[in-house]
Design a protein around this ligand. Structure first.
Ligand SMILES: NC(=O)c1ccc[n+]([C@@H]2O[C@H](COP(=O)([O-])OP(=O)(O)OC[C@H]3O[C@@H](n4cnc5c(N)ncnc54)[C@H](OP(=O)(O)O)[C@@H]3O)[C@@H](O)[C@H]2O)c1
Length: 247
């Protein structure tokens, strides 16, 4: 019998990453990747206490070495397991400032996570997803989902850094969808259009009414809906916004 398939979430924090982990843990063992162990320790404990299986691994998606070591650890924990789902959710390089004041480091920061990170993570995850596509006992087609933002479709003033790295992430998603769709891997890019209601986040979002903030549990449910789609009806791009968002 084939080992139980896993779900890998890259970029786990208290918002979307945690919600996606909880949702996919209802069906699969989940691997939680973030640089800081504080991001996943409690969450892994919570999922394990609730009867699921979660393993947190400290990894930096912008480093090939770090990701290679994380995937070696995954293979050690779950020998021979294929991946039913992989979600690239790492948040990086949000910069909104006058273009002439943007530093090279700030520009590179967005690129390192959203573009290079998406590339490196996909190269590691795709072999496991392709293995799942060949498993006749698979319940759903393997799914690779990229969390994006409106900056991936619309470059506003003072957003050249964030927008260019998000355009790049979306371009990777579209290209992979076309290359790997015929092989049975469902690749999707999600435009999260608006502020996410991240538990404990103490910034401008704290003062917004709940109806103006996207519930990360609802994002996770939408991702599960993508995952459950059949090979005969893949959605490759999805917009998620509140009913009151101006767009
Ligand atoms: N928050 C919003 O309002 C909003 C709105 C629209 C779109 N989005 C998109 O949503 C996604 C993030 O979801 P979220 O905001 O709800 O965040 P989240 O899931 O709460 O946290 C994302 C996690 O990514 C991890 N991360 C950042 N850089 C990383 C790296 N180099 N390697 C590995 N992990 C890394 C961070 O942990 P470490 O720092 O410990 O690594 C962070 O905890 C991003 O794609 C973002 O652009 C967010």
């Amino acid at each position: 019998m084939a080992p139980r398939p896993i779900a890998i979430i890259a970029g786990v924090g208290p918002g979307t990453g945690a919600s996606v982990a909880r949702r996919f843990a209802k069906a699969y063992p989940v691997i939680l990747l973030a640089r800081g162990t504080d991001k996943f320790e409690k969450l892994a404990q919570e999922i394990n206490d609730a009867g699921g299986k979660a393993v947190g691994i400290s990894a930096d998606v912008s480093s090939a070495e770090s990701l290679t070591s994380a995937f070696k650890q995954i293979e050690k924990e779950f020998p021979g397991a294929s991946a039913a789902a992989a979600v690239f959710n790492a948040a990086g390089g949000f910069v909104r400032k006058p273009f002439l004041e943007v530093t090279e480091d700030e520009f590179r920061g967005g690129w390192e996570v959203s573009q290079k990170g998406a590339f490196l993570f996909s190269q590691q995850a795709l072999p496991l997803l392709l293995a799942h596509a060949k498993d006749p006992s698979a319940t759903h087609p393997p799914t690779l989902i990229f969390t994006g933002a409106t900056a991936g479709v619309k470059a506003n003033a003072r957003m050249a850094t964030f927008a260019s790295s998000n355009f790049a992430k979306r371009a990777i998603a579209i290209s992979l969808a076309k290359e790997f769709g015929p092989e049975g891997v469902h690749v999707a890019w999600a435009n999260i259009d608006g502020p996410i209601d991240i538990p404990g986040r103490d910034d401008y979002r704290k003062h917004l009414p709940a109806e103006q903030k996207i519930d990360p549990d609802d994002i996770a449910e939408a991702y599960w809906g993508l995952h459950a789609q059949s090979r005969r009806a893949f959605t490759n791009e999805i917009d998620i916004r509140t009913s009151v968002e101006k767009w």
